[in-house]
Write a protein that binds this ligand. Structure first.
Ligand SMILES: [Fe+2]
Ligand SMILES: [Fe+2]
Length: 175
């Protein structure tokens, strides 16, 4: 396997530094995240998975597809879209916007088109890069969903422990 990590991060960082990509910060994503943070996390994860699976990838294609996969540039709530409708339609919107601003290759378009598979059943991943993006997106979405819940559970456990300790202290004082 001969993936060039430096090239991957060079292409990725060029995109991240672009003012148009920075706009992604304005669009909320799963549970307190925003589209910029989400896309960076997905891009990094997709490269990590390529390393893990020992898959040779096109670094430039993967960095660009992953970083631009959610470049739909709207607020889901303001658009009045149901989660299903957004889920099935945003890859096409992301492709249109990203192609306008950054000029996508046919492979990059195909990678972005399939990132919601199997929700978009008729558009399965057709390349290693597409499969990595699809997997990394789900992995990161689950983490973004689960991590606030874990924090919340942690706070509840802490509160219970504190109450138990207070009760114990009171009992010791009384006895
Ligand atoms: Fe997406
Ligand atoms: Fe995503």
């Amino acid at each position: 396997m001969t993936n060039d990590k430096a090239l991957f991060y060079k292409v990725l960082n060029q995109l991240i530094e672009d003012a148009k990509v920075q706009k992604l910060k304005e669009f909320p994503q799963h549970h307190g995240s925003n589209a910029l943070r989400h896309c960076i996390a997905v891009a990094k994860r997709s490269f990590e998975l390529a390393e893990k699976f020992r898959w040779d990838i096109d670094e430039r294609e993967l960095a660009r597809s992953a970083m631009l996969h959610d470049y739909y540039l709207y607020r889901i709530k303001e658009e009045g879209l149901s989660p299903y409708r957004h889920g099935t339609s945003h890859p096409v919107v992301a492709i249109r916007n990203a192609d306008r601003d950054f000029g996508l290759s046919a492979r990059e378009m195909s990678d972005i088109r399939s990132h919601m598979w199997p929700l978009t059943f008729w558009h399965p991943p057709r390349s290693k890069e597409a499969a990595l993006l699809c997997l990394a997106d789900k992995d990161i979405a689950i983490r973004e969903f689960v991590s606030p819940e874990i924090k919340r559970a942690g706070r509840i456990v802490k509160r219970i422990r504190k109450k138990n300790q207070e009760r114990k202290n009171r009992n010791e004082k009384d006895s």
